[in-house]
Ligand binder design. Sequence first.
Ligand SMILES: *Cc1c(COP(=O)(O)O)cnc(C)c1O
Ligand SMILES: [Zn+2]
Length: 401
Amino acid sequence: MSLSVKCYRCGEHYDDDARVRCACGEPLWIDSDPTTFSWDDCRDRGGMWRYEALLPIDQPEGVAQAAGGTPLVRSPGLDDAAGARVFVKDEAENPTGAYKDRGSAVAVPHAVATNDDVVGTVSYGNMAISTAAHATSLGRECVVFVPEGTSSVRLELIAQYEPTIVQVAGNYAKLYADALDLSERLPIDVLVSDAPTRISGYKTALFEICEEFAPAVPDVIALPASSGGFASGVWLGIRELERAGVIEEPPRLCLVQTATADPLTRAFEAGAMDPTPLSPGEIGDTIAHSIGNPDPPSGARALTAVRDTNGTVVSVTDDEIRTAQRRFAVDGGFCVEPASATTLAGVSRLADRGVITADESVVLVPTGTGFKEIGTKETAVAAETIHRDVLRDRLETLLAR
Ligand SMILES: *Cc1c(COP(=O)(O)O)cnc(C)c1O
Ligand SMILES: [Zn+2]
């Protein structure tokens, strides 16, 4: 059965969930009716399937059952660095170490149940790893389109699930449109970053945060944003809980971008409804390689989410990201990837500007684990070697205070 999809902007409906974009050009999402929902309707199921009542599919088999249900941790050690009361929603604890699993957990089983196509994805990062894992756990073939020259460390992470990996030469940023075209013409179901079924999965992160805070809501939720898919899912969740009457005031959505590729920040600051795609000359290198889409397909929707929730968009530099990544580890005990560290760096900037105040509760969402990065850079770690015969003496000096 095809699910009904709807455009957030013009309100158009389509009874075709394979359709990703509206005639008006904007991305679609799945229209569900949350009006009678209350927290009592949550199911006694693992992970994100607790919210099965608001999801377009029933709990599937496979690794999808392990998606979501991540911890929300009050982390006072990070308060000083952030300039607010910090909670960490640790999306690193998903089966492939990133929030992408929430989307794959709906999109891949739905594709497997409705067609015989090979599942595909356009990514060389967390999206590729997640999609390949979910496809193989249901015995479905997967093809992953990566850019030419993808590092062997990245390829190894993807290859462990044994998808077909295709390296593509040419402008990789344009592959989103090519993927939609391939999906139409070949027996491949390319589940792009903002496929409607993915967005449904992403909203469960918001449900988990709000259920833990209930009946209160956090003042701010800070997310990194690239394609705008995750921000869209979180906003969809907010809208559904508002319609259900479960929350009144929405949390303010604060999106963080890397300064080297920040079309959303630029549009937000210019007061524009739609981001302007950046030209290749306007994009720089960044350590936050999971974010930095120069032409975000859900960019306008993410900006609308920000305005609707009275939120904001902010950019941070690689230096700020490095500092924040260290603070996450040293002050919080969290190993996060650079793209995720942007949340702390961004909130810190907003606190400096007075947009967030010290008494406000802020949920930082580290979207992906830092463990995948280990071994990708040369860092000398200082560790002394001590013979065991003199260990006690030496430790007495080392630990003297
Ligand atoms: C994909 C990704 C993002 C960005 O999400 P979008 O939906 O593209 O905005 C942020 N952080 C990490 C770790 C990711 O993998
Ligand atoms: Zn539309």
